[in-house]
Design a protein around this ligand. Structure first.
Ligand code: ATP
Length: 311
């Protein structure tokens, strides 16, 4: 059976609701505190899993109450947590302060995510040969992703990288990345563009310099506009589905879930441009369902929900 390995960052998100975001030195009174399971890797993992694909989760939480709680949560969703280890560091945390206008400030403590080490890697090393696709973002140590991607490429596996949250050192991963999936702000950071409204022309002009460094495909997600897929020879824009979006949290993660769930069925060492476009069209449909629900992991649809909606 086709399988996807997800390098899984795991954070517990605390969202604090206030009338205004406090200035330095200011104290404000909050109206609510909401605890959610998050982390880009975990969102991507669950996105892929809910679409009916067999996954292997590789990650780390703390040997603490939150770590136990997160493992139980994943097990309750049907995820095998054998390769999610527990270390002495705290489970990853994200503190999000949201004001009435929906603006936010976020502070992340990587904790155990940042301490995935050689021993953890040695435990999963043999499993790389059993999967078809490896997916990573940048919330786990880049050196670990780099080792796994380089082993994966020697075994002709497909590697998918979401360069988020952006770190300039992502560049070391490009030679072993097949499909690179940034959003607009990550693309701007990658290409050192001035921070402006990104156009399709900007992406088409700058994508050759990125594709030159290794990836076969670059897929830029452009929020409510859609997705631009480029390869050294070809390009295709896919418009976003016209839906009533109420919360775009995890839109990018669910797009990746949809994309990967289709790529895994191609069974080729490297999918063709048309196969990648087809997979991105499916990701677009999955993300369009996610933005119609509140929350991150709660809004990730099942395969049945996607096929029923887009019948
Ligand atoms: P996040 O960080 O919230 O997970 P992102 O910034 O990584 O999201 P976006 O580029 O905003 O990702 O969105 C990813 C994909 O989700 C888009 O390419 C599109 O397919 C879909 N999408 C996003 N917003 C909308 C919307 N308003 N209507 C329909 N589809 C949307």
């Amino acid at each position: 059976m086709s399988k996807v390995m997800v390098l899984t960052s795991l954070n517990v998100d605390y969202t604090i609701k206030t009338t205004k975001i406090p200035e330095i030195g200011e104290t404000v009174v909050a109206s609510d505190l909401i605890e959610n399971f998050g982390g880009k890797g975990a969102n991507q993992l669950l996105g892929i899993h809910r679409l009916g694909v067999d996954t292997i989760a590789f990650g780390k939480v703390g040997k603490d109450a939150l770590g136990e709680k997160y493992l139980h949560h994943l097990q309750g969703q049907g995820i095998n947590t054998t390769y999610i280890s527990q270390g002495p560091e705290k489970t990853g945390l994200a503190f999000i302060v949201v004001d009435e206008a929906g603006q936010n400030n976020i502070c992340i403590l990587p904790g155990a995510n940042g301490s995935i080490d050689q021993t953890d890697l040695d435990n999963i090393r043999d499993k790389i040969a059993d999967v078809d696709i490896i997916v990573s973002q940048l919330e786990v140590p880049i050196a670990i992703t780099n080792t796994i991607f380089s082993i994966a490429k020697k075994l002709n596996k497909i590697t998918v990288l979401n360069p988020a949250p952006f770190k300039a050192s992502y560049k070391m991963l490009l030679k072993n990345t097949d499909i690179l999936v940034p959003n607009e702000s990550e693309f701007i950071s990658m290409t050192n563009l001035p921070n402006k409204q990104l156009s399709q022309e900007d992406i088409l002009q700058l994508s050759p310099q990125i594709l030159n460094e290794g990836p076969s495909y670059l897929i830029v997600t452009m929020g409510g506009a859609g997705v631009l897929v480029t390869s050294p020879e070809d390009q295709r824009f896919i418009s976003a589905k016209k839906v009533a979006a109420i919360d775009t949290t995890a839109a990018g993660d669910s797009f990746i879930g949809g994309l990967v769930s289709q790529l895994v069925t191609t069974k080729e060492a490297m999918p063709t441009f048309e196969q990648v476009v087809h997979a991105a069209e499916f990701g677009n449909k999955v993300a369009a369902l996610t933005v119609q629900k509140n929350g991150a992991q709660d809004s990730l649809p099942t395969l049945k929900e996607v096929t029923n909606y887009w019948l």
